[in-house]
Structures are given as C-alpha cells and as structure tokens.
Design a protein. Sequence first.
Length: 585
Amino acid sequence: MVDVTHGAEAIPAAEVPDVDLYHPHSWVEKYVFSQDAKIIAIQYSVTALAIGFVALVLSWLMRLQLGFPGTFSFIDAPHYYQFITMHGMIMVVYLLTALFLGGFGNYLIPLMLGARDMVFPFVNMLSYWVYLIAVLVLTASFFVPGGPTGAGWTLYPPQAILTGTPGHEWGIILMLLSLIIFIIGFTMGGLNYVVTVLQGRARGMTLMRMPLTVWGIFTATVLALLAFPALFVACVMMLLDRTLGTSFFMPAVVEMGQQLQYRGGSPILFQHLFWFFGHPEVYIVALPAFGIVSDLISTHARRHIFGYRMMVWAIVAIGALSFVVWAHHMYVSGMNPYFGFFFATTTLIIAVPTAIKVYNWVLTLWRADIHLNVPMLFAIGFIVTFVNGGLTGLFLGNVVVDVPLSGTMFVVAHFHMVMGVAPIMVILGGIYHWYPKISGRMLNEALGKIHFWITFIGAYAIFFPIHYLGLLGVPRRYHELGDAAFIPPSVHTLNAFVTIAALVVGFAQIVFLYNLIWSLFKGERAPSNPWRATTLEWQTPETPPGHGNWGKDLPVVYRWAYDYSVPGAKEDFIPQNQPPAVIQA
Ligand code: HEM
Ligand SMILES: [Cu+2]
C-alpha cells in the first residue's frame, strides 16, 4: 500500500476547502443531493426498479387481454396500444439503460478502478436528478387528457402524430420531452463514466487489467454517447412536427378526408434515426451484461476468465459493429435489396465476436470449481438465454426469413429473450452478488434460489410458446386475434398458458423484493469479501465503503482481476492490490 498523503505537500493549502466541498455536511447532502457515486447508484437503481415495476404491471395487463380476450373490459384496443408503448419504452430505456449504466456503472466504476469517486461528482449528481425528472414527465402522461401515447415503442410517424393514435393529444408530447430530458441526464452521467475510466484509475490499474465489468460498462457508455444523439434529434424534430407543424417526418397526408398542412417530410428518415439509436441500444444493455457475467462466473467458478484479451476485443468489436447494422430493423420498409444484403451481412458478422464470448464463458466453466450459488445460477441462466435469443437473431437477420416473420410474435419472442430476459438475469445475479457490499448484509440464499428457478423456468414458459405462435403467423401488437382461418384453437389455449406463466413470474419478483427489504434489516452480516473475490471493490477498508471509498490510502494494483486458483499461492484468490511479496504459501 502506498500512502496517498505522499506528495500532498504539493497541494496548495487554498485548494483544501475545494476538496472539502465534496464531503457531505448534512443528512440531505449525504443521502438526497449526494455527490457520492455509491449513493447516486442506489438512487438510480431504486428509481429504475420502481418504474420497471410499472412496466411489469403493464405486461400483466397486456397478457390478461391476450390470454383471456374480452374478459377485462377496461383493456380496450386503445389502452392495449398505450400499455405496449409504455411497457416497451420503460423496459428498454428507463429500466435497463438506467440500471446498467446509472446504477451498476456508478457503483462499480470508481470502486473497481480504485478511485475515490467519479471525476465530476456534481455533474454526476445532476445526472440522477435530471433522470428522475424524465421519469416523472413520462409517468405524468398516464394522467393527462388522452393518456400516454399508443404509438408503439418505435414511435413511427406519421401514425404517432395522427389523431387516430391514442395519446396524440399530450401523450406523444410528454414521451418525446421525457426522452429528450433522459438523454440530457444520461449524457452528464456518461461523460463521467468515460472520463473516470480514462483518467481516474488507481496506480497500476492499466486498461488491460480492468475487470470485464468495467470494460462492458465503459464500451456501452461510449456507444450510448454516440447513439443517443440520433434519438435526441429525432425527438426534437418530431416534437416540432407535432407542436409547430413542421414537416421533418410528416409527409403530405389526408386524415379523415382532410388534407393536413404537412408536406414533404420523410417518415423513413425517422426510422433510420430511431434504429441508428435502437440497435446500439441493444448492446448498450448487452455489453454491461457481458462484462458482469464474465466476472460472476470467474469468481463463482474460482477460475480465471478464459481469453481475457479476446473478451475485451470482442466487446469492443461488437460495440463498433453495432453501428453498421441498424437497417436490419427496416427490411420491410421498401429498401433497395442490395441495401438489405449489406445489412444482413454485417448483422451476421456480429455472430463471430459474440460466439467467441460464449465459447470463452463455457471454457471458463469447463472443469472449474463451480459454486452453484444464486449469482452463478443467474449467470448461467443468462448464457443459455442469450444463446437462445442469438440463434433466433440469425433467423431474423436474413432478409428472406425476416420478411414473413416481421410483425409477428416471433419477433416479440426473439427480442424478449435477447434483451428482456437475458439482461434481467444479469441484473438479478449482479444484485445478489454485490448486495453484501452495498448493504453490509447477505441476501437470503434459499429465497434467492426459489426466485431464480421460478423466474428462469417461468421466462421459458412465457417466451418459448410465443416463438411458435409467431411461426404460425400470429401478429404482434394485436389487441384481439378474432377467428382468422390460419389461427388454430390451440393458439388460444397457449395464450392462456403464457398469461398464467407471466403472472407467476411476476409474483416471484415479490419474493425478491421481500428478500431485498428483509435482508437489509435482518440479513446475516456480510464479511467484507464474502465471495473471496479479487477485484478492488471487495478490498475496501469498510463495508459498505465510506465516502471516498478507500480511507487514507488509495489501493495500488499489481495484477489483473482473475487470479483464482493460482498454483503455489496460499489462498485460491489473489486480490488485485496484493503486492507480489505476500502471495507465496
Ligand atoms: C415478465 C416479463 C414480460 C412480459 C410478460 C412481457 C410481455 C409483453 C407483451 C405481451 C408485449 C406486447 C406484444 C404485442 O402485442 O406486440 C410486449 C412488448 C414489448 N416488450 Fe415485453 N414483456 C416482459 C418483459 C420485457 C422486458 C424485460 C423488456 C426489456 C427489453 C421488454 C420489452 C418489450 C418491448 C420493447 C416490447 C415492444 C413494444 C412494442 O411493440 O411497441 N419486455 N411485452
Ligand atoms: Cu438490431
């Protein structure tokens, strides 16, 4: 350990009050308007989980309608569209993006890198409060005349704006505003994550010694900083179309026999902007999940990650490639066939680095000392589910296969596997893994296992049959199927089954919530490094870590993050900050 006060003589006295600025002086500064990344992480996570719960309830309502059509009269067609839209957007942006980057990012980046905090703590604090405003604006749309927008989470114009769409009065305006605010807030956080990774690492923490969790979050943040601006301008332009009558996206249209004042806009331009953001968004969610899963399996299998460098470069390659595939979401938009060929090719190339990652996870687990505890179960659940969703991605990436499947429930099943179930597995596994550090208490293992098995089996019970429905041609975004000849009666039985599975999985999350709250007060006290992990966040002098994370001395890093079961070492793990002299038996 190196004394950080070493060299402190060089800091002119005048700067000391400046440093002091960042220390909380009151309860409010400590827990509410906090500049401590750890508190901001908890604020982000709680807010994201709360709004995510709303999205979960909306999915129950949609499933009730699909499983038992006509039984619940308040779920009419306009409401169904509103539920779909809010469910999709909340899950993707306000839950997953905010939780992985604002939640996990804030907690883990400084701690895993041996930094005291993010580099711009004040801006980091603002990032959360702006995010909260975005969430509140979005929530407000449930209470305005006309309700939230029913445009679908893709918000395609012209229908998002035309009066036939529910929520065309206020809902769409609030949705666009909320997204704009979200992006502003995210940018403040995102610049912090990137600059902290580049500038805030402890001595010895080279880029190629960073845990893969940090690599995943870092690369995802870079993607988000490049992709969100496309959505930002799209939202601003659409807002102008809606409120001032400009024609960026609105073509000349006749509505209810009336020629509207719009002319000359391009709805396809919106699709390009949306998916230029929308595809990288999948990886904004997936890359942190890749990183976290690598660290979970390495720690709980007591094995170094197989092919660390390859894993890093695969993350970077997937991130880069994700910017040249967006139009695979637009195969049915009437584009030039050569264009489709290009995007199908780039899409399928992503399978290469992705497969490398999967092989390396499997090879890490191969003949390892696997501890099947809750974080490990969720990590394996992720790998299996991601492979599953990846395989259907190969179907949909090919133009000729996609065209008939586009707009069916097959697409819904595919993206729920890849970017719904799989990342949620990682989020849950990550919470079980880091909860002891965050709260100082262990979560209950038995409740955790019940939670895992119901969630895992339940997710397959929900989404497996939906693939089959899609192959039969059952369309997505349909409020009711009616009696079309191609829909056999078994579809209705399956739909009822899926709905029951969805309700069971939903209620299993209450076990999790109970575990989180109960353990906070009654859980077993956590030792500072319960998983005997190598990464720096487990080596803090206090658990939970105090403000500034490291007490007086910053850690110094001597090795990578994966020294598990090293032959000749006295313990089966060597923390990153262990000097070489003390590791021999
Ligand atoms: C228990 C969990 C879930 C259930 C039961 C569920 C159910 C549904 C249903 C019934 C639909 C509408 C299908 C249609 O008629 O087209 C839907 C759409 C959607 N869901 Fe989920 N969902 C769940 C979790 C998630 C998660 C975790 C995500 C995060 C990525 C997500 C993202 C979406 C998106 C993006 C849409 C598309 C909305 C649209 O078509 O505009 N869902 N979900
Ligand atoms: Cu895509």
